[in-house]
Write a protein that binds this ligand. Structure first.
Ligand code: PGA
Length: 251
């Protein structure tokens, strides 16, 4: 059975206290009202991880980093390693988010190393892929996604591959209010699963593939209803505990 996952990417939002308050609010709602078969993840800024992890019910809510370093330790000012995230209580890490790719020069080559680091330190990578608007308009979206998947994931062992979660996030839909239609999402999710099946066989049936990009309470149900959409990576709507709960319960 594929796991249903809803992950909230807080990006660079909330002060420390605001973050703890939000985590407590989400926790209270999730513990009381969320569908039990959905894995709930929150990805606060690095500074909040340890305290958010203490503030939530660890059987119900998992904590994620939003990035990790390509190195384990050493003279890399400003970087946070996978082991540090794990030691602060994280279980997941978002890797390859389009904002990291476009603003911080993250290439597929770097992301391949980051995925390996995450797996080495027992973090589940939520590996993001997606095309920008010009690529979609030029009908290059399949090609771009194929490269993002092949270059980063295809050298993994089957055992490691089974631990990876994928998020399809069309860049033109992130923070823009424009969502991919359920048909567009399903088309790409199915394509990703076909690519993965060709490489990893039946293991790909169990891979959770999340949709991200202006997912909100009003559209989550029709997105999650698709055969290959196993949940969501939520940005803006994850900063409201009520909206986040509504998305979790859209399954
Ligand atoms: P959004 O962001 O939901 O605000 O569009 C999604 C994401 O960037 O993960």
């Amino acid at each position: 059975m594929r796991k249903k996952i809803v992950a909230g990417n807080w990006k660079m939002n909330t002060t420390f206290q605001e973050g703890i308050d939000l985590a407590i609010e989400i926790n209270n709602l999730v513990v009381e009202k969320a569908h039990k078969d959905v894995i709930v993840v929150v990805a606060p800024p690095f500074t909040h991880i340890s305290e958010v992890n203490k503030a939530v019910d660890n059987d119900r809510i998992f904590v994620a980093g939003q990035n990790c370093a390509t190195e384990n330790s050493g003279a890399f000012t400003g970087e946070i390693s996978a082991e540090m995230l794990w030691s602060a209580g994280a279980d997941f890490v978002i890797l390859g988010h389009s904002e990291r790719r476009s603003y911080y020069g993250e290439t597929n080559e770097k992301l391949k190393i980051k995925v390996a680091k995450a797996l080495e330190f027992n973090l589940t990578p939520i590996y993001c892929v997606g095309e920008v608007l010009e690529e979609r308009e030029a009908n290059k979206h399949f090609e771009v996604i194929k490269e993002q998947i092949e270059k980063v994931l295809f050298d993994l062992s089957e055992a490691d591959f089974e631990k990876v979660v994928i998020a399809y996030e069309p860049v033109w839909a992130i923070g823009t209010g424009k969502t991919a239609s359920p048909e567009q999402a399903q088309e790409i999710h199915k394509y990703i699963r076909t690519l993965l099946t060709a490489k990893f066989g039946d293991a790909a049936k169990k891979t959770s593939i999340l949709y991200g990009g202006s997912c909100k309470p009003s559209n989550a149900k029709e997105l999650f209803a698709n055969a290959d959409v196993d949940g969501g990576l939520i940005g803006g709507a994850a900063l409201s505990a009520n909206d986040f709960l509504a998305i979790i319960n859209a399954f």
